[in-house]
Write a protein that binds this ligand. Structure first.
Ligand code: ADP
Ligand code: TYD
Length: 209
């Protein structure tokens, strides 16, 4: 467990896998059970980090090199950590966060330019913390892509890399969950919302006091 009185839970997985739906349902369930919870997301989660988010998720897929992208995600994460996550954990709250450093490891590291070692080094230098619990939502990329693009959010820069990219990402998340089995739990996201939510909550129980 991390060096803080609170509990740091992250959701990871490919685009459209149901992370934001499930992070909302988990945060609501924990609040109903009387816990002090904040829900946040990356990239973003603090005013400065949200400004960086717009640079990252809008525009053409080749707008940034993998190296520049990695630096922007890390800059956003540092701001998010300083301004939002760390203060909440120090105040004893449960932080439910949609994506964190594992997304950079998988998106920028594993599939774009083989930057994984640099991603890990940069994380160690600038962030240096891991979540207490990471819920990795796994599902078929074609089905997830259909869900995601149906939203037409204007933030589809990563979705527009296409289905092959999403398949590589899925493999990346599965490998990461296996390597970090101490903190990662794999959740089958291809079921109805309520079934996934029940599984998520069951996997969270052991961490609650
Ligand atoms: P993510 O945050 O991983 O991109 P979302 O939670 O935004 O995923 O879900 C993507 C889309 O799929 C949304 O329109 C959402 O309402 C829908 N969705 C989420 N979970 C499910 C589910 N279990 N079954 C069907 N549709 C879902
Ligand atoms: P997000 O808003 O979570 O998108 P979605 O709801 O579609 O899953 O994240 C925006 C995009 O940024 C998403 O395609 C994943 C990507 N991303 C990275 O490439 N690296 C990162 O470190 C993070 C946090 C996100």
């Amino acid at each position: 467990m991390g060096d803080w009185p609170g509990l740091f839970i992250t959701f990871e997985g490919i685009d459209g896998s149901g992370k934001s739906t499930q992070s909302r349902l988990l945060a609501d369930a924990l609040k109903s059970a009387g816990h002090d919870v904040i829900r946040t997301r990356e990239p973003g989660g603090a005013p400065g980090a949200e400004e960086i988010r717009r640079l990252l998720v809008e525009g053409s897929p080749d707008r940034w090199s993998p190296e520049t992208e990695m630096l922007l995600f890390t800059a956003a994460r540092r701001d998010h950590w300083e301004k939002t996550i760390q203060p909440a954990l120090n105040a004893g709250k449960i932080v439910v966060c949609d994506r964190f450093a594992d997304s950079t490891r998988v998106y920028q590291g594993a599939t774009r330019g083989d930057l994984r070692a640099i991603v890990d080094a940069l994380h160690a230098l600038m962030i240096g913390v891991e979540p207490d619990l990471t819920l990795v939502i796994d599902m078929d990329p074609e089905a997830a892509l259909t869900r995601g693009l149906a939203r037409h959010s204007g933030e589809d820069r990563f979705e527009e890399f296409g289905a092959g990219f999403q398949t590589a990402l899925r493999e990346g998340f599965l490998a990461l969950a296996e390597l970090n089995a101490d903190r990662c739990r794999l959740i089958d996201g291809g079921r109805d919302e309520a079934s996934v939510a029940a599984d998520v909550l069951a996997n969270t129980q052991a961490y609650l006091t």
